[in-house]
Design a protein around this ligand. Structure first.
Ligand code: SF4
Length: 349
C-alpha cells in the first residue's frame, strides 16, 4: 500500500511543502524513514507548533519556578519538569530544596494535595487534548490547597497566526489526530477559507500519514481547499462534545505568547472567574508580578523550528552542544520535540 501511494505521489509530479502540528506525527515520520521517501516524491514535511512543552514560553517556566522557590509543591509532567530555564530546570530546583513532583495527570496532582498541608500548584501544559482533564477536575471542586497555573492552549489560533505571518507557506496542513478528536472538523473550516489551504486530519500509523499526504496532494493538484478526515476511526466531525463542554465551562480564551511567536489573540485558556479560588495566577499574583519576561536561550532555534522556518539539524547546536543528555532548549527535551525526535531516530537508524 505504501509503495502504491508513493508511486501515485510521484506520478503527480508535485513540488509542495506540508506542515503537521503534532510531535507524534513527527515521531512516525522519523521512526519509519518517511521523510526521504516523501522528498523523493516532491513533498517536504515540516513540524509546526505541535509540541505543547516546546511552545510553552520561558516566562511560563519561570513562573512555575518562582512558585516552587516560594515554597509551593510544584506538580507537572516529566517533560515540562526537565526544560532548562535561565538557571536550570524545575527538576534542578530539587537540589535547592524545592518540592517538585512529576505526575502523569492532573488527578495525581489533586491526590498529592489531598495528602499534604502544603499549597500544591499544578503547572498545566498542553493543548485541547489534555485541557479537558484539567477542566473536569476543577468542575469536581478540588481541595482548597490545590491550584492550577494554566498554560493550556488552543491549536487553531496558532495556525491562523503562523499562516498569517507567511514566513513558511505550506501547501497543506496535516491536522493532529488527538486534538481533532476533541475539537472536530469545524474549527479548521475558517482556515481553509481564509488561506485557501487543503487540510487533512491524520492518525499516527505510517499509512495514516502517507494517506493524509496523498489526500492533500490530490486537493492541491485539483486546486481544492477542503477539510478532510483520514482518521475517521477516532475523529468525529463534531469532536468530543462532553470534553468541549468542560472546556467551555472552565476556560475563557485569552491572548497568550507562544515560544517563537508574539502574543496570539485568544490562543490561551485562562480560568473563568468562578474558578478563581483555584487560579494560581490570581492567588499568587504578587509573587508572579516580577517574573522575568521571555528570553530564548542563546543560540537555541526552537522558535524558528516551531514556525517551520528551519529543521532541527539546521540549528548549529544540534547534536554538538545540544543533545538529550545536555539539552539547551525544550525541542530537545520533550518526547514531542522535533530536535529530540530527530536526534533519537538518526542516531539509531
Ligand atoms: Fe534548541 Fe537544541 Fe533544538 Fe537547537 S537543537 S533548536 S538548541 S533544542
Amino acid at each position: 500500500m505504501a509503495s502504491v501511494i508513493q508511486r501515485r505521489l510521484k506520478d503527480m509530479m508535485l513540488n509542495i511543502q506540508v506542515m503537521h502540528v503534532c510531535g507524534t506525527h513527527q515521531d512516525t515520520l522519523e521512526r519509519y524513514g518517511l521523510n526521504p521517501l516523501l522528498k523523493d516524491s516532491g513533498i517536504i514535511v515540516r513540524q509546526g507548533p505541535g509540541c505543547p512543552v516546546c511552545v510553552t514560553t520561558s516566562h511560563e517556566y519561570e513562573m512555575a519556578m518562582t512558585l516552587a522557590r516560594g515554597g509551593k509543591t510544584l506538580v507537572t509532567f516529566g517533560d515540562a519538569a526537565r526544560v532548562p530555564g535561565r538557571r536550570g530546570s524545575l527538576l534542578d530546583l530539587r537540589g535547592e530544596g524545592c518540592d517538585i513532583r512529576v505526575v502523569y495527570g492532573v488527578e495525581d496532582a489533586i491526590e498529592i494535595a489531598r495528602t499534604t498541608e502544603s499549597e500544591v500548584v499544578f503547572f498545566a501544559v498542553g493543548f485541547e487534548t489534555t485541557a479537558p482533564g484539567t477542566a473536569m477536575s476543577l468542575l469536581k471542586e478540588p481541595p482548597s490547597n490545590f491550584s492550577v497555573l494554566s498554560c493550556h492552549r488552543y491549536i487553531p489560533p496558532v495556525l491562523d497566526s503562523l499562516l498569517g505571518m507567511g514566513e513558511f507557506k505550506p501547501d497543506g496542513l496535516i491536522q493532529p489526530g488527538h486534538v481533532s478528536a476533541i475539537i472536530g472538523l469545524q474549527p479548521y473550516e475558517a482556515l481553509a477559507k481564509k488561506y485557501r489551504l487543503p487540510q487533512v486530519i491524520a492518525g499516527f500509523e505510517p499509512l495514516d500519514l502517507l494517506m493524509a499526504i496523498y489526500m492533500i496532494a490530490k486537493q492541491v493538484s485539483k486546486g481544492e481547499a477542503r477539510v478532510e478526515n483520514e482518521y475517521t476511526r477516532v475523529v468525529h466531525p463534531e469532536g468530543n462534545t462532553k470534553a468541549l463542554k468542560a472546556l467551555d465551562d472552565v476556560f475563557v480564551p485569552r491572548d497568550l505568547a507562544w515560544r517563537g511567536f508574539a502574543t496570539i489573540p485568544n490562543s490561551g485558556m485562562g480560568l473563568l472567574p468562578r474558578f478563581s479560588d483555584w487560579d494560581a495566577e490570581r492567588i499568587y499574583q504578587d509573587e508572579l508580578s516580577n517574573v522575568p519576561s521571555d528570553d530564548e536561550k542563546r543560540g537555541c532555534r526552537c522558535g524558528d523550528i516551531l514556525r517551520g522556518v528551519i529543521e532541527s539539524h539546521e540549528c548549529p547546536l544540534f547534536g554538538k552542544i545540544c543533545t538529550p543528555a545536555n539539552p539547551v532548549g525544550p525541542c530537545m527535551v520533550s518526547i514531542e520535540g522535533s530536535c529530540g525526535i530527530e536526534y533519537r531516530h538518526r542516531k539509531t537508524s
